[in-house]
Design a protein around this ligand. Structure first.
Ligand code: BMA
Length: 352
């Protein structure tokens, strides 16, 4: 299967915006950032993997000689969302313990003036999705931690019908009957601590460019037509290997796009039936895990420009832009022939 980049998207000439050689502390990979506008600045929390080298990956991956994965987060601020000033020290918003040993893939959402952080946490008993809140990007209060396995949580930037709302990606290993068929769910909460009313939002089988799993990407953005939101979708190649540092990598990650009802975001109004973001540039194809696009931040500017930030190749952080009306048209224009038609996994594979 070969998909090409959607023409309304422009990848920034400044890419990669953030790479490990720019980081003032130990760093091997800098990617999968959360970005928002907060207190007159653009702010970014990025994932920083630092305890192994490319050589470790090339020669020691999968052996007992490979060092235990270590991750911290870096904080960067910017006046224009393009050039970033990286703070000299890493950030650890949630104290690590023997039980919870990694916090990563941060997502930032400002709700009623407070900055909320969603993150994935590796624990000895599974992967959990967490939510914390901060007023200064220094001290964070942990509000909730899901049961395993769940990750890729994102919050809507305002309460809807009086409730906080989140998208999330549980990963049922046995219940779906197909390996790695993971989907996007939606839940709500009166206080951001106690979550419930969970419903399926989008099944991975409804996405034509996915034969594996999907998950929420950047926190949704409010537009006149609905909540515009990205997701990631994985195509597992059986006929070729993709570039990677550790070998045996065959999962291509695309950015997808959908529009949700403003008053009831559990209703999908439209979905673009092709990928919005396709790994094509060298910095997207060649890296620790090549051909991975993992959006984590989306900002709607007053001009109508939408900035979409994404981790590329699990190695660097990048930016793509598009006009908001073009993005809405991609979703609504495809309402009739949308990927929302039920495609069976066999049919998807057959059509690829
Ligand atoms: C997902 C997560 C992400 C990563 C992606 C591609 O499962 O681990 O952090 O970017 O895989 O490797």
């Amino acid at each position: 299967m070969k998909l090409t980049q959607c023409s309304v998207i422009k990848k920034s000439s400044h890419n990669p915006l953030i790479k490990s050689s720019m980081i003032p502390f130990t760093s091997t990979l800098t990617y999968n950032a959360g970005i928002t506008r907060y207190q007159d600045n653009y702010v970014m929390l990025f994932r920083n993997d630092y305890n192994y080298t490319k050589e470790d990956m090339l020669y020691r991956w999968g052996t007992s000689a490979f060092p235990q994965t270590k991750i911290n987060l870096g904080l960067a601020v910017s006046d224009d969302g393009i050039k970033w000033r990286i703070k000299p020290e890493p950030v650890l918003p949630i104290p690590l313990t023997e039980e919870m040993f990694s916090v990563y893939d941060p997502r930032l959402t400002v709700i009623e003036g407070r900055c909320y952080l969603c993150f994935a946490a590796d624990t000895r008993h599974g992967i959990c999705g967490g939510i914390a809140v901060t007023d200064d990007l220094e001290k964070f209060e942990l509000l909730s931690l899901s049961v395993p396995d769940n990750r890729n949580m994102v919050l809507f930037p305002e309460k809807i019908n009086g409730m906080f709302v989140r998208l999330e990606r549980p990963f049922p290993i046995y219940g779906r009957g197909v390996p790695e068929a993971f989907d996007i769910w939606i839940s709500d909460s009166p206080d951001c601590k106690y979550w419930g009313n969970s419903r399926l939002l989008l099944g991975s089988e409804k996405v034509p460019f996915c034969n594996c799993k999907i998950g929420p990407a950047a926190p949704p953005v409010k537009t006149h037509a609905g909540w515009l939101t990205t997701f990631h979708a994985v195509w597992k190649h059986t006929d070729k290997e993709l570039l990677s540092w550790h070998g045996g990598w065959n999962k291509e990650y695309f950015g997808g796009l959908m529009l949700l009802d403003l008053h009831d975001p559990s209703k999908i109004i439209g979905m673009y039936d092709k990928p919005l973001l396709v790994p094509e540039e060298n910095y997207e194809i060649d890296g620790m895990r090549g051909s991975v696009i993992f959006p984590g931040g989306m900002i709607l500017e007053d001009s109508g420009e939408v900035k979409i930030y994404y981790g590329a190749a699990d190695t660097v952080e990048c930016l793509a832009t598009a006009d908001v009306n073009d993005l809405i048209a991609l979703c609504i224009g495809n309402k009739k022939s949308t990927g929302l038609k039920s495609m069976t996994r066999a049919k998807v594979l057959q059509e690829a």
